[in-house]
Design a protein around this ligand. Structure first.
Ligand code: BJW
Ligand code: ZN
Length: 288
């Protein structure tokens, strides 16, 4: 049976040297971003799971772009919540020096909303500027399923990707977020009017990782998982591979796993510690 004891968790945290966190959609629920499965929202009548595939984009790029335009607009208006800020603060070496001395920390997020990066910027800009932190201890964040604001060329010859937070991303998508929000996207946009690559003019696509596509940073992540002696599993249903396999890998080589989830999930199977409840409440306590 996993422990629910916060003091015991903090004792383990204090002596851990290589800490990773695997985050999922539950991390952003308190920022108003719905989850994919389970508690916490779901994207209106549109099944993110069936739209998040290369086949859906080939069949209906207009609907897929309207869906991602809507999600870009939601993410642009959202703000990092106390769970993002707790992780971002824990990423600072000066914070960890007090809680987990001489440790490394990397946040591996499956989320594409950019809120963890924004939380890091927020937390870092609140630090006194005279603090000179060595480069290798700076915040480490790996967005393994890509980013909503990356826009990638579909031409294999080009492959140009750019970070683009323009709202709306193109004129033809303006206002379509209202129809998606109402669950009523029947407006077919001609492919020529969808976002195009700024380098070669081909159709562009959202720079996220869809089903059957290979997630990003896998080599770096595998090394981190191999070394980790503590793995925090935050707000994920732990059903999507390869991310769902990392906690058991850490446990297999003797590391500790602590799960922070609103409710019971597949992640409980690996949990040495289990903190049920909103992570925007449990994480700031655990890492505070
Ligand atoms: C709260 C909360 C609060 C609510 N506080 N908690 C076996 C091995 C490897 C792969 C496979 C395999 N079998 C099948 C596969 C393929 C597939 C897969 O895993 N399928 C499963 C259904 C089994 N995987 C893939 O296709 C991946 N690619 C791949 O495997 O390539 C092959 C390869 C791998 C490695 C090396 C070489 C080759 C790609 C997966 C891409 C996933 N893409 C998506 C969409 C991204 C773009 C977008 O956002 O639109 O990623 S799908 C979706 O699921 C999204 C998420 O990042 C991901 C995970 O979901 P997450 O984050 O866990 O969200 P939810 O909604 O499931 O859970 C939310 C949780 O929060 C719940 O538990 C709530 O209780 C909780 N919660 N409020 C705390 N306040
Ligand atoms: Zn191009």
């Amino acid at each position: 049976m996993p422990s629910h004891d916060m003091n015991s968790f903090q004792t383990v945290l204090r002596s851990s040297k290589h800490i990773i966190a695997i985050a999922g959609a539950g991390l952003s629920v308190a920022s108003g971003i719905p989850t994919f499965r389970g508690a916490g929202g779901l994207w209106r009548k549109y099944d993110a799971m069936s739209l998040a595939t290369p086949g859906s984009f080939r069949r209906d790029p207009s609907l897929v772009w309207q869906f991602y335009h809507y999600r870009r607009e939601v993410a642009l208006k959202a703000m990092p919540n106390p769970a993002h800020l707790a992780l971002a603060s824990f990423s600072l070496p000066q914070t960890r020096a007090l809680i987990a001395p001489d440790s490394t920390f990397t946040l591996i997020t499956q989320n594409v909303d950019g809120l963890s990066a924004r939380a890091s910027q927020q937390v870092q800009s609140a630090q006194p500027q005279f603090l000179d932190v060595p480069d290798d201890t700076q915040t480490k964040l790996l967005e393994m399923h890509g980013r909503l604001f990356d826009v990638r060329c579909t031409s294999a010859k080009c492959g140009h990707t750019e970070f683009n937070t323009t709202s709306p991303i193109c004129a033809s998508l303006a206002g379509t977020e209202l129809a998606i929000a109402a669950g009523d996207a029947d407006h077919a946009i001609p492919v020529v009017d969808l976002p195009r690559c700024s380098e070669c003019g081909a159709l562009a696509r959202p720079g996220v990782v869809w089903f059957e596509e290979v997630p990003l940073h896998l080599d770096v992540i595998e090394n981190l998982v191999d070394q980790a002696d503590l793995c925090l599993v935050v707000g994920t249903s732990s059903t999507l591979y390869p991310a769902a396999g990392y906690a058991s890998e850490v446990q297999e080589h003797g590391g500790t796993v602590a799960v922070f989830n609103l409710e019971h999930s597949a992640g409980d199977e690996e949990a040495d510690f289990l903190f049920l409840g909103p992570c925007e409440e449990t994480l700031p306590k655990a890492l505070g």
